[in-house]
Design a protein around this ligand. Structure first.
Ligand code: FPP
Length: 246
């Protein structure tokens, strides 16, 4: 009897049908407080969750996972916490890049990251360049990201094309705005998750979320894992997406 070839699951579409998942990673501070630990301990545990979820994204065959790590409003936090977050990010890139690269992950950044410390900008750009030729999923980290700031930058770029005479204001369409956002080359956003029980978008991917499904969970970010991501994708699979049609 001829042996039956096993289906190669890597090349079949994932059953959940989501290409791009974005996560507002919230609740690190409350996770630490519950344990009488300093907030930095919550952020450290948050980095562990980032590792788990990036691995799960591979298993779940996502094309893109976008993580909100530092918002353009997070500068309002005490300087020591901002420094801690930047230190964790620097350490994460240094320690995890080999694993990302070995797994074929392409690291991308959204947000005005160039305003960060120049040595961190160099590290980020080297990491993005090193993984750019990979063919696996994109892990996009939102750094100094604010959706309103992203839209202002897109409008400025289109306005300068109009004033240079390359296009007229009336010619500006949805595709032009899409193409000038930080997410221009990423797949459309399917599912936006926020952890920790808060139910707001906090200036995250406001344009891209136009038809994304929203999923809120009470799990605090440091407790989030591959199973929680799979549950969110199960919920996504049950949603009836009509995109304004019937
Ligand atoms: C929100 O929790 C979380 C943040 C503002 C930072 C998220 C950062 C990480 C998970 C670690 C660094 C990320 C990478 C990619 C290395 P919160 O502090 O606002 O929690 P709270 O609302 O309970 O106080």
């Amino acid at each position: 009897m001829a042996s039956q070839a096993k289906p190669d699951i890597r090349h079949s579409a994932p059953v959940h049908g989501a290409r791009h998942v974005a996560i507002i990673m919230d609740g690190n501070g409350r996770w630490a407080k519950k344990r009488f630990l300093p907030r930095i301990a919550g952020h450290r545990a948050g980095v562990e969750a980032v590792r788990r979820v990036a691995r799960a994204a591979l298993d779940l065959q996502l094309e893109c996972l976008t993580l909100y790590a530092f918002s353009s409003e997070n500068w309002k936090r005490p300087a020591a916490e901002v420094a801690d977050l930047m230190g964790l990010l620097r350490h994460f890139i240094q320690s995890d890049l080999d694993e990302f690269d070995a797994n074929g992950i392409r690291l991308r950044i959204i947000g005005n990251y160039k305003a960060l410390d120049p040595s961190l900008v160099d590290l980020i750009e080297a990491a993005v360049a090193r993984t750019a030729g990979n063919s696996g999923p994109v892990v996009a980290i939102a750094l100094n990201y604010g959706a309103q700031d992203e839209m202002v930058r897109a409008v400025q770029s289109l306005a300068s094309r109009v004033s240079a005479g390359d296009m007229t204001a009336a010619q500006i369409g949805i595709d032009d705005i899409d193409a000038n956002l930080d997410t221009a080359t990423l797949p459309p956003l399917d599912l936006l998750i926020r952890t920790s029980g808060e139910q707001r978008l906090s200036n995250f991917m406001l344009w891209q979320a136009a038809y994304a499904e929203l999923y809120f969970t009470d799990i605090l970010w440091p407790d989030f894992d591959g199973r929680a991501l799979a549950e969110a994708l199960d919920a996504f699979r049950m949603r009836d997406r009509r995109f304004g049609g019937l």
